[in-house]
Design a protein around this ligand. Structure first.
Ligand SMILES: *[C@@H]1O[C@H](CO)[C@@H](O)[C@H](O)[C@H]1NC(C)=O
Ligand SMILES: *[C@@H]1O[C@H](CO)[C@@H](O)[C@H](O)[C@H]1NC(C)=O
Length: 295
């Protein structure tokens, strides 16, 4: 415990030092607070999802009977999605809280995943990200969060434009998947994707290959969501939208990481990355081409 706390404290100090007094203020235009039911519907186990605060927030529940899930009513082609999530506190090992986008097309699936893998009390949550493009996935990365994601709400977002996909935690990029079509690497750009979230049991794989099992005597487990924000081109919708360079998420400031964001991203990769498919020689004896392009 003492050991992991000091690692945590050191990384906070390190982080504060790194960002100094520079604040990143990207203009967020058209931000609109959405109530849950405005943009989403329950897809799995109604009885395990409860609306809070007049629909501005929700509670997801996992017990031995069921997990639960929700999805956006529309699909979107490019844009940015964000929500605030407070994860299961205490002994959450074996639970997975997911937030992802998915084209829902079996053969040529596009998918962008955030998966929050629970852990034993006092051990860090891992955030696994993955990118499927044109049906090919197997691009897992894992980072350990530098704060306790169950103590408070934090913002998780996916920015998706013609240039890259950026997964961020509180405005800190933790994953960038660039458009490397010039190198023959597929990039999701043809299919609209819906936004999904689920809370479920995955102790057969999530805990270091299934080493740790869910402790059901701690159930029910709760995760909380609020501040849903979707900005993107709805599909079906105006067909010119997705290719319009006038969308703010396609703007010059969003086509690559600026210097502050790039520094934060390097900080995450240096200090918090615990797994990267790019460097897993057993799985990928030949480095995948998208991994060779720097960050
Ligand atoms: C849980 O904590 C252990 C020990 O700190 C760590 O090795 C592991 O990556 C963490 N995450 C999961 C999902 O087990
Ligand atoms: C499961 O939780 C119970 C109740 O808190 C505790 O007594 C038990 O030791 C836990 N089991 C494991 C494997 O952590």
């Amino acid at each position: 415990m003492a050991h992991s706390f000091s690692i945590f404290r050191n990384s906070v100090v390190n982080f504060l030092f790194l960002i100094g007094f520079v604040t990143l203020q990207l203009p967020v235009k058209n931000a609109k607070p959405a109530t849950f039911l405005q943009d989403f519907r329950i897809t799995w186990s109604d009885s395990h999802i409860k609306q809070l605060d007049g629909g501005k927030g929700i509670q997801l529940l996992l017990d031995q009977n069921s997990g639960c899930g929700f999805a956006s009513k529309s699909k979107y082609l490019f844009g940015r999605v964000s929500m605030k999530i407070k994860l299961i506190p205490g002994d959450s090992a074996g639970t997975v809280t997911a937030f992802y986008m998915n084209s829902d097309t079996d053969q040529v699936r596009d998918e962008l995943d955030f998966e929050f893998l629970g852990n034993r009390t006092g051990q860090p949550y891992s955030v696994q990200t993955n990118v499927y493009a044109h049906g090919k996935g197997d691009r897992e990365q894992r980072v350990n969060l530098w704060f306790d994601p169950a103590a408070d709400f934090h913002t998780y977002s996916i920015l998706w434009n013609h240039h890259h996909v950026v997964f961020s935690v509180d405005e800190v990029p933790i994953r960038v998947y660039k458009n490397n079509e010039a190198k023959g690497v597929p990039f999701p750009k043809m299919q609209p994707m819906g936004i999904y979230s689920t809370l479920w049991e995955a102790d057969d794989w999530a805990t270091r290959g299934g080493l740790e099992k869910i402790n059901w005597s701690k159930a029910p487990f709760y995760a909380y969501y609020k501040d849903f924000d979707i900005e993107g081109c709805p599909a079906p919708g105006p067909s010119a939208c997705a290719s319009s360079p006038a969308n703010w998420w396609e703007g010059i400031g969003y086509q690559q990481l600026d210097s502050v964001a790039a520094r934060r991203y390097r900080w995450v990769r240096t200090n918090h990355m615990v797994y990267d498919y790019c460097t897993d020689k057993q799985r990928n004896p030949v480095t995948p081409p998208e991994c060779m392009n720097g960050i």
